[in-house]
Design a protein around this ligand. Sequence first.
Ligand code: GNR
Ligand code: NI
Length: 168
Amino acid sequence: MAVLDILEFPDPRLRTRAEPVAAVTDATRALVDDLFETMYAAPGIGLAATQVNVHQRVLVIDVSQDRSEPLVFINPEVTVLNPELGEYDEGCLSVPGFYETVQRPRRISVTALDRNGDAFSRELDGLLAVCLQHEIDHLDGKLFVDYISPVKRQRIRKKLQKEQRRQA
Ligand code: GNR
Ligand code: NI
């Protein structure tokens, strides 16, 4: 297991569209374990493989208070159950320190593979629905800052680039 480095906006590698996992293998499970270790260390409530520069459709989530409900989604597919949108102040480990309000469908259903490669479906709402949609966006090369005004996005880009130069 390993804590991996998380790519930060505006790194162009975050714009990569991840490829479906052809077969869930021990290597996939090793990636899942590293994603959990990296997410819990950060700490965050979700992490997509894209954020650690692995471009496979794998993501992990744990929105529980006591960090005891790890969820794995491989090749996730979402269906919107109800077009009603909800608002949430979203943050992202790849956009550290910034929070902006994003609107997304409130109720979704997801079909995915688990860590054994078995298919499952479940209906989601609340923070779990927000987080899953945020993580699937990462797999599609999308970030929450894509939903805000270009002026705000540019301000965040400049501040993060300055911080990244300071750290380099
Ligand atoms: O830790 C995270 N918190 C969060 C808060 C509101 C909406 C989405 C998130 S996901 C984020 C971790 C992350 O960047 N996952 O990609
Ligand atoms: Ni994120």
